[in-house]
Each structure stands twice: as structure tokens, then as C-alpha cells.
Design a protein around this ligand. Structure first.
Ligand SMILES: [Zn+2]
Length: 60
């Protein structure tokens, strides 16, 4: 199983990081999915904020 060590910020083969000894149970694929979800939500919030500013600028 391939995991990810948050402490070393590196990919780890197995369930325990061989560098720092921390257990890594979260698969990398799920981590990447969460990154993309977070990126998508951030983009939507940013666009809504920009549209709000534009409307506010046009109506003031
Ligand atoms: Zn580590």
C-alpha cells in the first residue's frame, strides 16, 4: 500500500514511514482527491467574491 507521510511530506511504501517512524494510513489517491476538491471549492468562492465586487462597483 502506498501512503503519504505528512511529517516528511513524501510518498511512503507500507504503513509506517521509514524516515520518521510515523504511521501512514491515508492512501495518496484520496489525498489528491481532497486537494482537487479543496482547489475547486476555493476557485468557486474566489469567483463569487470577484462577481460580488464587480456588482458592488457597478452599482455604487
Ligand atoms: Zn516521515
Amino acid at each position: 500500500m502506498t501512503g503519504w507521510c505528512d511529517t516528511c511530506d513524501r510518498r511512503v511504501e507500507g504503513e509506517t514511514c521509514e524516515v520518521c517512524g510515523q504511521p501512514v494510513t491515508e492512501p495518496e489517491r484520496i489525498r489528491l482527491d481532497w486537494k482537487w476538491k479543496f482547489f475547486g471549492v476555493s476557485t468557486v468562492i474566489y469567483l463569487i467574491w470577484r462577481i460580488y465586487q464587480l456588482i458592488h462597483w457597478l452599482t455604487s
